[in-house]
Every structure is written in structure tokens, then in C-alpha cells.
Design a protein around this ligand. Structure first.
Ligand code: GTP
Ligand code: MG
Length: 199
């Protein structure tokens, strides 16, 4: 799929104030610093459409970007970001949970995981929660450029095996990406294109 246009639309904390259209959307979720905002920039070929940072906790709101005037990419705050107070963490998680539960336009969630690490309980628990709530999702492994090919392949296999050893009978769809080399860009955009066409 060709990206003809990508524009920021709105940021907010309230799912009820997200764009009031019927266009399909795809949300990026995962731990802080995993590379959600960077991936949006990589996919859209923009340097700083979504704000990124070396420090975790950069994205704090639900951010909608409209692509080709036809569908949305949604950048979300990271879960599991420890350096906020307990009350604001609970509030934070509430609006993210509400977004996933209430947003009818959401057709697929992308759960991002840094391929350098083993599956983290917070990620696998979130995938299970998506499954229980009937929300389709795919896994996006990020930062593939940080590993050599052999280590990358070993980590992918180990990650898949740990999912199968857990609650999953089959491995969910997954993509291997790098925001610095654009690895996985075509595959991810084609996946979105196929879903858009099937709607
Ligand atoms: P929050 O908004 O805080 O939840 O983080 P985020 O998941 O949006 O991460 P962000 O895109 O801001 O990236 C965090 C850091 O990781 C930045 O320093 C990025 O440059 C770096 N980064 C993201 N993706 C990649 C990647 O594929 N490769 C490399 N080498 N660095 C990456
Ligand atoms: Mg971000």
C-alpha cells in the first residue's frame, strides 16, 4: 500500500472524544520506549509525525493520525511505565482499557515487543486480555536492527515457543520490524491493506 498522506488529527484522554467517523483504525500498544511512535513515523515515512523520545513515557494521550484520508493509525501511551504515581497510573490504565473496550472502529491492535527481550508478563497478560475481549491483534517485534541475524532468529523462535508453552494454541500473526531500517514496513502495510479491503 502506498502512503499518499498522513496527518495528525486529535489527541485526548477520552475515548468518547476520538474522531466520530466510521473509518477503521489500528492501534499501537506496548511498554513505554518499545518504539510505538517510531513505528508510526516509519510506516508513514515521516520523521516526526508522532513524538518520540529516548526517555520512556513520551506519549501520554490517545493520538489519531489519518492515513490516505481513509483509515487511522492510533498512537497510545505505554503501559507499565513506573515513574508516575499510583493514582495517575490507575487513571492512565483506565482510559487505555476504555479505549480498547469501547472503540468500535478498532479493527486490529498491534502489540509491540522489543525483540531483544523474552516475553514480559505485562505483554502476554495484555495479549490474553485482548483475546478474552475478542479484540484481534498481531505482535510487532521492534528494534530488530539491534541484533545480528542469528540472535534475531533465535529470539523470535524462543518468543513463539514461550507463547505456545503459555495459553496460546497457535502463534498470533507477527511482524519483525526496525524503525531505523524500515524492515517489516511493506509486510505491515500490506496486512493493514488486506484488512481494510475485507471490511
Ligand atoms: P512511549 O511513548 O514513551 O510509550 O514510547 P514509544 O513506545 O512510543 O517509543 P519511541 O517510539 O518514542 O522510541 C523510544 C526510543 O527507542 C527512541 O529513542 C527511538 O529512537 C528508539 N527506537 C524505536 N524504534 C527503534 C528501532 O526500531 N530501532 C532502534 N535502534 N531504535 C528504536
Ligand atoms: Mg510514544
Amino acid at each position: 500500500m502506498k502512503i499518499k498522506s498522513a496527518k495528525f488529527v486529535i489527541s485526548n484522554q477520552d475515548v468518547k472524544r476520538c474522531p466520530d467517523t466510521k473509518l477503521p483504525e489500528y492501534a499501537f500498544i506496548g511498554r513505554s520506549n518499545v518504539g510505538k511512535s517510531s513505528l508510526i513515523n516509519m510506516l508513514t515515512n515521516h520523521k516526526s509525525l508522532a513524538k518520540t523520545s529516548g526517555k520512556p513515557g513520551k506519549t501520554q494521550l490517545i493520538n489519531h493520525f489519518i492515513i490516505n484520508e481513509d483509515w487511522y493509525l492510533v498512537d497510545l501511551p505505554g503501559y507499565g511505565y513506573a515513574r508516575v504515581s499510583k493514582t495517575s497510573k490507575a487513571k492512565f490504565q483506565k482510559f487505555i482499557t476504555n479505549y480498547f473496550k469501547q472503540r468500535r472502529q478498532l479493527v486490529c491492535a498491534f502489540v509491540l515487543a522489543d525483540i531483544r527481550h523474552d516475553p514480559q508478563p505485562i505483554d502476554t497478560e495484555f495479549m490474553e486480555w485482548l483475546g478474552e475481549n475478542g479484540i484481534p491483534f498481531a505482535i510487532v517485534f521492534t528494534k530488530a536492527d539491534k541484533l545480528k541475524v542469528g540472535a534475531l532468529e533465535r529470539n523470535i523462535e524462543a518468543y513463539k515457543q514461550q507463547l505456545l508453552d503459555g495459553v496460546w494454541e497457535e502463534v498470533p500473526p507477527y511482524f519483525v520490524t526496525s524503525s531505523t531500517s524500515a524492515l517489516g514496513r511493506d509486510e505491515l502495510l500490506n496486512y493493514i491493506d488486506e484488512i481494510n479491503k475485507s471490511l
